[in-house]
Design a binder for this molecule. Structure first.
Ligand code: AMP
Ligand code: GLY
Length: 423
């Protein structure tokens, strides 16, 4: 098979790395790609017009396209590829609203009785501010639309919450994504990510994982795309796993089908383990990044048949999926300054040395080739990932990998997995 992967981050490098292990696959292409992906896949440089991409895929006999990030999904790349009779993995535009509109997601949860934070949606800033003054509790203010993971602002005081509404709706920090805001109660507890594949009817759960969204040790600082991840997440016990499948995952998938938005692809449920049980913080319609970096290396079975089964509706036939028993940890190395301003174009050394450590894989995120050197090209630069017999070993091995790698003002958190280790 010839495969096209859309995306250029650590998640996509991990996808390409996993797909390359499939005996079904003869050639992989990727667009826009990065320096790590380019070592295993051919880079396609034809811009991001989805019609051009679909025409390219048709002329190059692509058998399967795998879409990594949320933005092309929300913009309808799957619909366009389907119109071109191409086989493509990911939810269509209607289904991707689950991530693309927080209000849409909340309406579905309300309709299906799925546990989540109490909330209200506003299209008017003054009304939102009035509401905040009246309830006066600690809230989270969320831009309705996609904001590259930055559209969620804590409002732990009334002033902070009002400022968040102004940032989103008046200053329009996230453009049209802030045409409306969802204001919800703060949930207290430990977070976990729950990832499943779905063919629209059946669901196949991945092993559990957890990421660290905050920029600094101790889960403080600024919200980022994710500074590291680990799998399994011990907070997801077998009982909680069953509860999430029955009370959250299946009601979500069934609810989507009922409203004509059949969901085929990766459903990522961000959960808060509250005193009264797991509640949904958010849905994503794709693999998490860096969760993919710890989930896919633990999957022993071929990924391609699972992706195809999501498309043709036969996921229930795959009852023999195998996992490695090892745990996995990923430490993100970022450019100093991320998630705010940072420099790029800095030479990276030590990746081969890190990868020579048994169990270590270095997945590239913001990197590119520059005159034969690998240089930084983004905020999150590398995801140094390791498998180990348990989480402690996996985390230690990942940090040994990190210590081999150097670039200007490289920054990473030193405490990835601390909650799991303290259990
Ligand atoms: P989201 O993109 O909705 O997952 O929000 C990003 C991050 O903000 C989450 O991973 C949580 O850490 C935090 N968050 C979002 N909503 C809430 C909430 N209602 N209560 C507590 N934390 C939240
Ligand atoms: N790591 C969180 C996300 O991918 O949304």
């Amino acid at each position: 098979m010839k495969i096209l992967v859309i995306g250029q981050g650590g998640r996509e490098h991990t996808l390409v790395w996993k797909i390359a292990q499939s005996p079904l696959v003869e050639k992989i292409y990727c667009t826009p790609s990065n320096a790590g992906i380019a070592q295993i896949a051919e880079t396609v440089s034809i811009g991001d017009d989805y019609f051009d991409l679909a025409n390219w895929a048709n002329s190059n006999d692509i058998d399967l396209t795998v879409v990594g990030p949320e933005a092309p999904l929300a913009e309808g790349i799957v619909d366009i590829f389907n119109e071109h009779n191409l086989t493509v993995f990911g939810p269509n535009k209607k289904a991707a609203q689950l991530e693309g509109s927080k209000d849409f997601a909340k309406q579905l949860m309300t309709k299906k009785g799925i546990p989540t934070a109490l909330h209200r949606t506003f299209t008017d800033a003054d009304q939102a501010i009035e509401y905040i003054k009246n309830i006066g509790t600690s809230v989270f203010v969320k831009a309705d639309g996609l904001a590259a993971g930055k559209g969620v602002i804590p409002g732990r005081s009334i002033d902070e919450a009002i400022q968040a509404v102004k940032t989103i709706m008046v200053d329009r920090a996230f453009g049209d994504a802030g045409n409306s805001v969802v204001i919800e109660e703060e949930l207290i507890g430990e977070e976990a990510s729950f990832t499943v594949l779905s063919d629209g009817t059946h669901c196949f759960p991945f092993v559990s994982s957890q990421d660290h969204k905050m920029s600094q040790d101790g889960d403080i600082g600024k919200n980022t795309g994710g500074m590291g991840a680990y799998s399994p997440a011990p907070v997801i016990t077998p009982d909680i796993h069953d509860y999430v499948m029955e009370q959250i995952v299946y009601p979500t998938i069934n609810g989507m089908a009922e409203i004509g938005c059949t969901f085929k692809g990766v459903l990522y449920v961000g959960l808060m383990m509250t005193e009264t049980g797991p509640k949904v913080l958010e849905y994503n319609c794709r693999f998490g990044d860096p969760e993919a970096q710890v989930l896919l290396p633990r999957l022993k079975s071929d990924l391609i048949p699972l992706l195809l089964a999501c498309i043709d509706g036969s996921l229930d036939q795959h009852t023999d999926v195998e996992w490695y028993t090892e745990a996995a940890a990923c430490v993100v190395m970022a450019s100093g300054g991320y998630p705010d301003l940072y420099q790029t174009g800095k030479a990276i050394t030590g990746i081969p040395e890190a990868e020579s450590i048994e169990g270590v894989n270095v997945f590239h995120a913001g990197t590119k080739q520059d005159n034969g050197n690998v240089v930084t090209a983004g905020g999150r630069v590398l995801g140094v990932t390791a498998l180990g017999e348990n989480l402690k070993t996996a985390i230690e091995t990942a940090y040994r990998g990190v210590s081999e790698i150097h670039f200007y003002e490289a920054y990473c958190r030193k405490d990835i997995g601390y909650r799991a280790l303290s259990r």
